[in-house]
Write a protein that binds this ligand. Structure first.
Ligand code: GDP
Ligand code: ZN
Length: 361
């Protein structure tokens, strides 16, 4: 692959034989394959090999034909879709290919309750700035969110030019992200950018706190010369500085990075991810004498034993408990919302009973 140019064709966006074979279902129809690069207000941007002009390009398309009630199934950035260019006034999305992975902002550990933030992501880059003390709890949460999505997490320690030695932080982070690659990079000097590029799957997504260096990193990855970092800011027609609104950025050598506002704020997740992110605790728990051990002083508790021996760091255990509690809280909050809705309905009925002597249908 040629690293000096960005492939502006559907294959540059990740189209391959696998997707083509899934799409063969629509052979003989007018539908054209495309990838959703952005979604807003019932419409989306789709990149196509032929946008109708005979050349690759992005069209604005209507999502109404594929609108369904479950938010987890709503079309999102990263989806592969079938586009009908013949509808008016806008082309429309008429089919969505089944997803391989989905980053879900889960509200209750139930997939159907969650909103999908990005689809078909292979690598989730978790950006962590070396310029501040890393928030290990937050990193754990992002790692769990990534595992939960089905993608592979990768922690990127940014701004390495600002610290003398990133190894201390790297050790700490590796301690809270077992089995996850941790890389130090600098968009400023280009250090580590090529290594990072080589670690990325076809589609990567960026998550991390504001200021962690995500936009700058996206720019560094997408510029053909990794040593050159372009300014992220541009000036719009009113003279205001704006950051780029592109949410799916093609990379030199193929593949894309997804950097959406929704992902930036993501932090909550459902259930499975926690088990993977804290796999060593789940393994310990399997060795407890009682299979419903609460690790609260029961005899034969392997978790307590590991804490006493120091093989399981107390901080790690506390973090696990905190995230577990948070999961429960999210679930109960959703239940509370449902309860409030029931209460409201009940009040309406009671009111109408008082007014009319019979419940209004
Ligand atoms: P975002 O909010 O995560 O998108 O963060 P930005 O990409 O906007 O970066 C936040 C700040 O960190 C900006 O002032 C950047 O110039 C700075 N920054 C980003 N990457 C680097 C880097 O590699 N080295 C240094 N020294 N500063 C960086
Ligand atoms: Zn136990």
């Amino acid at each position: 692959m040629n690293l000096s140019t960005t492939d502006r064709s559907l294959s540059g966006y990740g189209w391959n034989d696998g997707w083509a074979s899934k799409f063969s279902l629509f052979a003989g129809t007018d539908l054209r394959p495309g990838r959703v690069t952005r979604v807003d207000r019932g419409l989306c941007d789709v990149f196509l090999d032929d946008d109708g002009s005979g050349a690759p390009g992005t069209v604005r398309a209507d999502l109404r034909p594929v609108r369904i009630s479950d938010p987890a199934e709503w079309v999102c950035t990263g989806d592969w879709v079938g586009v009908d260019l013949t509808t008016a006034p806008l082309p429309s999305v008429a089919a969505v290919l089944p997803r391989t992975t989905a980053i879900v902002r889960s509200t209750a550990g139930k997939r159907s309750e969650g909103q999908v933030l990005a689809a078909n992501v292979d690598t989730v880059m978790i950006a962590v700035s070396l310029a501040a003390d890393p928030d290990l709890g937050r990193i754990e949460r992002f790692v769990a969110l990534a595992w939960e999505s089905g993608a592979e997490p990768l922690v990127v320690l940014t701004k390495s030019d600002l610290v003398g030695d990133a190894d201390f932080v790297k050790d700490d982070v590796e301690g809270v992200a077992p089995g996850v690659t941790v890389l130090a990079v600098s968009a400023e000097t280009g250090e580590g950018i090529d290594v990072l590029r080589a670690c990325l799957g076809t589609t990567s997504a960026l998550i991390g706190q504001s200021g962690a260096g995500k936009s700058t990193l996206t720019n560094a990855l997408s510029s053909s010369e990794s040593m050159v970092v372009q300014a992220t800011r541009s000036v719009d027609e009113k003279g205001r500085h704006t950051t780029t609104t592109r949410e799916m950025i093609p990379l030199p050598g193929g593949g894309v990075v997804i950097d959406t506002p929704g992902l930036r704020g993501a932090g909550l997740f459902g259930g499975e991810g926690l088990a993977v992110a804290f796999a060593e605790i789940e393994e310990l728990a399997a060795d407890c004498r009682f299979h419903d051990c609460r690790h609260a002083g029961e005899p034969g508790c392997a978790v307590r034993a590991a804490l006493e021996e120091g093989t399981l760091p107390v901080r790690r255990w506390e973090s696990y408990q905190k995230l577990q509690k948070e999961n429960l809280w999210i679930a109960s909050r959703t239940d509370a919302r449902l309860a409030a809705e029931r209460l409201k309905k009940w009040k309406t009925i009671t009111k109408s009973v008082r007014a009319n002597g019979s419940p209004k249908k």
